[in-house]
Design a protein around this ligand. Structure first.
Ligand SMILES: *Cc1c(COP(=O)(O)O)cnc(C)c1O
Length: 392
């Protein structure tokens, strides 16, 4: 047998050559011992930072007890986490899975099943341009990422795209075939795009009038990221279905599909998965949720978010950037010119990790318990990099 590629790993994205070998709180170290201040945190995944005590303890405790009884049996952490999520949200039932894409895939299935049973076979889901819902075939079709429509033909049917932030466009797209509207409260991957005030409430009204479901994809915005436990709470509305991922596991693969009782229409055999509700992961989820749902913790997220946003505003003025936007600790600095990749590179050279989801945009998603000192340090590094770029 011969191998033609140099690397045993499929090359799916550019990465620095050195692997990261250790993490603690807001710090990461690579294999040469270089230290980084991490304002990416696995794309808003490590909500309590790297290797927090509560996660290490939950993993160790559960690993000594039981790792995988099989999804054919109940397990205690899964039941406890489901109860904790239901008790803190407007939803009545939960299905656990392993990734945000899988949770959204489940949401689409649930909406289609509901449409089949309750709305004369309606199956279409209205989604938004710029949306990111995951990388399975269905969630790629649901996403509104430019260029994603024709990568893996044939594209899955059943989605209609409307502009994000435009409730009237969503209303106009509803037909007898529509089962649901699916939307991120803030578009994350698209560049922390915040919709006009009242957008979610208007979508709720559109769904109520049409008798269809509202699905909130809170994979990125949920679990404290935007300063409340869930972002929909800031809109004062109740979605019919919500998906969680990323922060829910605090770094381990855990995601969830939540729905109100009237929508929970899966029958035996409709939904499942080998690792769904795995106790090792759900024990971690419970430890994370109990930490983050504390009112004082969420208050701290809002305070730290305000500090970071104020600092970014100062950098915006000083360096002629365009806009600071976001909520809580999901923030973005629109640089106004396409220098984000260069900024990301120079920050990394100075030991700061930031994310540039668009050529003109930086996204900041630090640990929700990031210290004031680390926020200030991050701002100082970014300040010097922007100053350096301005002078060439
Ligand atoms: C990251 C993300 C997903 C996909 O989650 P995976 O765990 O990567 O499958 C879906 N929706 C939103 C809003 C996301 O940010």
């Amino acid at each position: 047998m011969t191998t033609t590629s140099k690397q045993p790993l499929m090359d799916i994205t550019p990465r620095p050559a050195l692997p990261m070998v250790r993490g603690e709180g807001s710090r990461l170290w690579d294999s040469e011992g270089t230290e980084y201040l991490d304002f990416v945190q696995g794309w808003a995944v490590n909500c309590l930072g790297h290797c927090p005590g509560v996660i290490r303890e939950a993993l160790a405790r559960q690993a000594a007890l039981q790792i995988s009884p099989s999804p054919a049996f109940h397990n205690a952490p899964q039941l406890a986490l489901a109860a904790a999520l239901v008790g803190r949200s407007v939803f009545d039932q939960v299905f656990f899975c392993n990734s945000g894409a899988e949770a959204n895939e489940g949401a689409i299935k649930l909406a289609r099943k509901w449409g089949k049973l309750r709305r004369g076979g309606a199956f279409e889901v209205i989604t938004t341009l710029g949306a990111f819902h995951g990388r399975t075939l269905a969630t790629m079709a649901a996403s509104g990422k430019p260029g994603w429509d024709d990568i893996f033909p044939p594209r899955m049917e059943g989605f209609r795209k409307v502009p994000f932030g435009d409730a009237a466009a969503a209303a106009a797209a509803v037909t007898d075939r529509t089962a649901a509207i699916m939307v991120e409260p803030i578009q994350g991957e698209a560049g922390v795009v915040v919709p006009p005030v009242g957008y979610l409430a208007e979508l709720r009204a559109v769904c109520d009038r049409a008798g269809i479901l509202l699905i909130a994809d809170e994979v990125q915005t949920g679990v404290g990221r935007t300063g409340t436990l869930f972002a929909y709470q800031q809109a004062g509305i109740a979605p019919d279905i919500m998906t969680l991922g990323k922060g829910l596991g605090g770094g381990v693969p855990l995601a969830a599909l939540l729905a109100r009782e009237a929508v929970c229409c899966f029958e035996h055999g409709d939904q499942g998965g080998t690792y769904n509700g795995n106790p090792l992961m759900t024990a971690v989820g419970l430890a994370v949720l109990e930490t983050i749902a504390e009112p004082a913790f969420l208050e701290g997220v809002r305070t730290r978010g305000a500090r970071l946003a104020a600092g970014l505003e100062r950098l915006k003025l000083r360096h002629g950037a365009r806009e600071v936007r976001g909520s809580g600790l999901l923030l973005a600095l629109d640089l106004g010119r396409e220098v984000a990749p260069e900024v990301v590179r120079r920050c990394r050279d100075r030991g700061l990790l930031v994310n540039g989801p668009r050529p003109h945009l930086l996204r900041l998603m630090p640990a929700l318990n990031v210290s004031d000192a680390d926020i200030d340090r991050m701002l100082a590094v970014l300040d010097s990099v922007l100053a350096e770029l301005a002078t060439g």
